[in-house]
Design a protein around this ligand. Structure first.
Ligand SMILES: [Zn+2]
Length: 315
């Protein structure tokens, strides 16, 4: 189990999903009040509760459970965590709320992506949250946690039910999947290798770029990525993301011209081209090839599926 204190009052709690270092939860503590941002899966909940106990925090100090969006590596544990922390309020995007109240459709959707067996192993059955324990965070709305202000921005592009959370004391954003993915294993001399996430089923390249731009306009100094950890100098990293989002679109256009028919083969071709494209960038960044291949493989599969869905919806 690995917890990583990042800055004063902000701790990364590894979700334990699939492997250490894949998906983070964050504990934010301000003046004795606590928000948990991202819950991981239901298997992550004991880790979050253990962190509270290990640091002598009472469960009654947790005001908010926040999920940036309802994809299950972020929100799969929400129902169980809300059951365990009776006084907490779930903060959720307007488009995410009904999925948390009635998670059957969400579970069916994720089962379709991963298959029944892998689904059950990773996520298990989802527990509904009653609507009177939810706070729907509209775009631009704020909440306070101790002396800190949390500001919620609607950030579509990865998903339509996605917000990012600005925290005033750290001047950082909890970005979910909107500001891409940067695994610690691919750091080179402290510089993160970042790439976008186009997971099914609502990837929208123009909206994603606009959402990233909106966060930068906030004058933020750092980003807390769910995959994985804190990154700084966000303006430079945003340029890398824009380039790659455009690159993804270009790859889709080329593949579409070559293979107009949707289906498994086209998805496989997109995955191959995405992997080549991302690997070349990782090598240019200074990553070691085997490590890069290993750490991008899972996401290239998901990203290709997301692009195939986007392409099918476009034509
Ligand atoms: Zn994610």
């Amino acid at each position: 189990m690995s917890n990583l204190p990042l800055m004063d009052g902000i701790t990364l709690i590894d979700s334990g999903m699939i492997r250490e270092g894949l998906a983070a939860c964050y504990a934010l503590e301000r003046d004795g009040r606590i928000a948990i941002i991202e819950t991981g899966t239901r298997n992550s909940v004991p880790r979050i509760l253990a962190w509270l106990a290990d640091n002598s925090y009472g469960r009654d100090q947790v005001d908010y459970v926040i999920a940036t969006h309802v994809h299950l590596d972020h929100a799969g544990g929400v129902g169980l965590l809300m059951q365990e922390i009776e006084g907490a309020t779930l903060v959720i995007h307007p488009r995410g709320a009904r999925h948390m109240a009635q998670p059957a459709k969400l579970q069916a959707g994720a089962t379709a992506v991963y298959g029944e067996e892998a689904y059950q192993q990773m996520y298990g059955d989802l527990i509904p949250v009653s609507e009177d324990r939810m706070h729907i965070a509209e775009d631009g709305s704020t909440l306070t946690l101790g002396a800190s202000t949390l500001t919620f921005l609607d950030t579509p592009g990865h998903a339509n039910h996605h917000f990012c959370v600005h925290e005033s004391v750290s001047n950082g954003f909890f970005t979910g999947d909107t500001f891409g993915i940067a695994y610690r294993e691919l750091l080179v001399a402290g510089r993160p290798f970042i790439f976008p996430s186009s997971t099914p089923v609502q990837f929208n390249p123009e909206a994603l770029k606009a959402s990233i731009q909106r966060m930068l306009e906030f004058g933020t100094e750092r980003m807390f990525l769910t995959h994985y950890g804190m990154v700084e100098e966000p303006a430079a990293l945003a340029l890398e993301l824009y380039e790659q989002i455009d690159g993804y679109v270009a790859i889709c256009d080329e593949v579409l011209a070559q293979m107009p028919e949707a289906g498994f083969e086209r998805g496989a071709l997109i995955q191959e081209r995405l992997t080549e494209f991302t690997l070349a960038r990782a090598l240019a960044h200074g990553c070691e090839e085997a490590t890069a291949r290993e750490h991008i493989a899972f996401d290239m599969g998901l990203n290709a599926q997301g692009l195939e869905v986007w392409l099918a919806g476009r034509s």
